[in-house]
Design a binder for this molecule. Structure first.
Ligand code: HEC
Length: 174
C-alpha cells in the first residue's frame, strides 16, 4: 500500500457553501518554472483512484521539513494531477508499483504558506497560513470552486497536508 493515498479521505461530508473557501488565484500565484526548481517527493494514485498525483515542494518547504519543522512562511507545495490511461471497462491501467499509467497533465494545484498575507485575502479562504489555487498546466486559471479549505482544515496536526508523512519520510532519506 506504499503508493496509495487512502488515509483520511473517506470521511468527508459536504455541506453547502456558505462562504467561498475555494482557490484564490489572485493571491496564490502559479509558480512558473516549478518543474526546474522544486523537488518531487511523491508520485501516487489519488484517493479518487482515477488520477495520478505528482507532488513537489519548494526549497523553503524542503528545508523546513529537513529541520523537522512544519513548512515555514514561503513554503509552496504543488500537486500535478494527471489523467490516466484506461482499459476497455474505463478502469485506470496499473503500471509500475501499482501507480496508474499516466495519460496527460490535467491540472496543477498549488498551496502556498505565508505568515503575512495581504489583507484583501479573506481568512476564510485559507487553512492556517496556507492559501490555495488550481491552474491549467499552462498556468492559466482553472475553475477554483472546489472547497479547498473544507477538506484540508481537518489536517491541523500535519501542517494541513494530506501527504505530510510522505514529505517527512522523503526528507529523511539519505
Ligand atoms: C474533497 C477533498 C479535497 C478538496 C475539496 C481539495 N483537496 Fe487538496 N487534497 C485532497 C487529498 C485527498 C489530497 C491528497 C492527494 C489525493 O489523493 O488527491 C490533496 C492534496 C493536495 C495538495 C498536495 C499537498 C497535500 O495536501 O498533500 C495540494 C497542493 C492540494 N491538495 C491543493 C488543493 C486545492 C488548490 C484545492 C481547491 C481548489 C483542493 N486541494 C481541494 C483533498 C481535497
Amino acid at each position: 500500500m506504499k503508493y496509495a493515498l487512502t488515509a483520511v479521505v473517506v470521511a468527508f461530508t459536504f455541506t453547502p457553501l456558505v462562504a467561498f473557501s475555494g482557490g484564490d488565484p489572485e493571491h496564490v500565484k502559479f509558480p512558473q518554472g516549478y518543474e526546474k526548481t522544486f523537488t518531487k517527493y511523491l508520485t501516487a494514485n489519488r484517493a479518487n483512484q482515477k488520477q495520478v498525483a505528482k507532488l513537489y515542494a519548494n526549497k523553503t518547504a524542503i528545508s523546513s521539513y529537513t529541520q523537522g519543522k512544519e513548512g515555514a512562511s514561503g513554503s509552496v507545495i504543488i500537486m500535478e494531477i494527471y489523467s490516466t490511461k484506461t482499459d476497455t471497462d474505463g478502469k485506470p491501467v496499473p503500471g509500475d508499483h501499482g501507480v496508474f499509467e499516466i495519460d496527460s497533465l490535467a491540472a496543477v494545484a498549488v498551496m502556498e504558506k505565508q505568515d503575512k498575507w495581504d489583507a484583501s485575502f479573506p481568512a476564510e479562504n485559507r487553512t492556517g497560513d496556507w492559501g490555495f489555487a488550481v491552474y491549467n498546466p499552462d498556468g492559466t486559471e482553472k475553475s477554483n470552486d472546489l472547497n479547498c479549505v473544507q477538506c484540508h482544515t481537518p489536517l491541523q496536526g500535519q501542517d494541513y497536508l494530506f501527504t505530510y508523512q510522505k514529505l517527512v519520510d522523503f526528507v529523511k532519506k539519505p
